[in-house]
Write a protein that binds this ligand. Structure first.
Ligand code: SF4
Length: 384
């Protein structure tokens, strides 16, 4: 896609590492073989600020880790990325647009597109804790209005001249994901695999018939010494694959549970499984001996003590995160009953209160992308 190859040194101490279009166009650079800097590339919107602009694209930077990237370094990396892209914008856009002619199916107001991919495992994490992300789908029909994914996927649709669609009304089905995964497991270094980070839910309704997630898990079940994997969902369709998951070595299941109050859930996530259904799903996997975890993100109103009690019954560890912007959910948060919870201080205080309550119940809290047991996994014989 770019006139440079992964690993190429573009200037002293700065290598191009990789590109990804899963979450918008993202270029990753490695500084002094140590610090990763991601450069996000989007079509220019006048109201937005970018570190650097080319004719048609705006570039912004962020690091791969929790640390902030120094402004000077971020600018330098963006300037280098802009230099690489400049003069090749048409080529970059043409390559990105290759899926546009893929089969498109309209079901009522829902746009379901079947696409084929050449790569399904995207490298993620930090240099000392690498893992792969795996997205059988891009886009999500559950369509939670606060979903972070829309702010990343909508600009890339506009860049590719695809119609602007309401978040929750479109999904790309990666129909050959399982075949590509099987090949990747034969050729790539083993690392933990996280299903559907942010861009979709692996058990949204289209999975009922497309079965792409199911076929990917079958590949993991049948693989020789498979790496650990984690499947996070807000849907109880995962129970369809109960037996399959039970038979799959090293797999974890997880649910997002941002509140114990199902009325609040209905307000913010009307098309997702109810809170009792999610808890019941975790109970069933617990009774089958499958590893489980919960992500609470964002914090939503509800009884924190009751939430901590319910989580302590079904999982041993929880990840907690705060609201990352209201996205398309401004109306939801403007409702007088919920306006208080969009406040940064409220989010922080609720997160701390839940952390303490979980600690009192012996539930550990992790902040990274994967539970420590999964993140710390190394293949046998790797020596580290
Ligand atoms: S289920 Fe997950 S991916 Fe889907 S819309 Fe909701 S938050 Fe986004």
């Amino acid at each position: 896609m770019l006139p440079t190859r992964p690993g190429e040194e573009l200037e002293p101490g700065l290598r191009f590492s990789r590109s990804s279009t899963e979450l918008g166009l993202r270029l990753t650079f490695l500084v002094e073989d140590e610090v990763e800097v991601h450069v996000e590339v989007n079509p220019i919107e006048d109201a937005l600020k970018y570190a650097v602009r080319t004719n048609r694209l705006g570039l912004a930077y962020r690091t791969g880790g929790a640390e902030r990237v120094e402004q000077q370094l971020g600018l330098r990396v963006c300037q280098t990325a802009a230099r690489v892209i400049a003069g090749h914008e048409d080529r970059v856009l043409a390559r990105l647009a290759r899926d546009v002619d893929a089969r498109v199916e309209l079901e009522g107001t829902t746009r379901i597109r079947e696409i084929r991919v050449s790569r399904i495992l995207e490298l993620a994490g930090t240099p000392d804790a690498r893992f792969y992300t795996l997205s059988p789908y891009v886009g999500c029909l559950i369509g939670c209005r606060f979903c972070y994914a829309q702010s990343r996927l909508n600009p890339i649709r506009s860049l590719l001249h695809q119609p602007t669609l309401r978040w929750g009304s479109y999904v790309d089905v990666r129909v050959n994901a399982a075949e590509v995964l099987a090949e990747a497991l034969r050729t790539l270094p083993r690392r933990p695999i996280k299903f559907c980070p942010i861009v979709s839910d692996p058990y949204q309704a289209v999975e009922q018939r497309a079965q792409v997630t199911r076929r990917c898990i079958e590949v993991l079940r049948d693989a020789d010494d498979p790496p650990p994997s984690m499947v996070m969902t807000r849907s109880s369709l995962i129970l369809r694959d109960f037996e399959l998951i039970r038979e799959t070595p090293r797999i974890w299941v997880g649910a997002s549970i941002p509140t114990i109050d199902d009325e609040v859930r209905k307000h913010f996530e009307p098309r997702a499984a109810s809170i009792p259904e999610r808890l019941e799903m975790l109970r069933r996997f617990k009774s089958a001996g499958v590893k489980r975890c919960v992500i609470v993100q964002p914090m939503l109103p509800g009884d924190i003590t009751a939430l901590a009690d319910a989580l302590a019954e079904v999982v041993e560890s929880v990840s907690i995160g705060v609201l990352r912007g209201e996205q398309g959910a401004e109306e939801d948060f403007a409702d007088a009953a919920y306006a208080h919870c969009r406040d940064e201080a409220w989010q922080r205080d609720a997160a701390l209160e839940l952390k303490d309550a979980l600690g009192e119940r012996g539930v550990s809290v992790w902040l990274s992308e994967l539970p420590p047991e999964v993140a710390g996994w190394r293949p046998s014989g790797s020596g580290s």
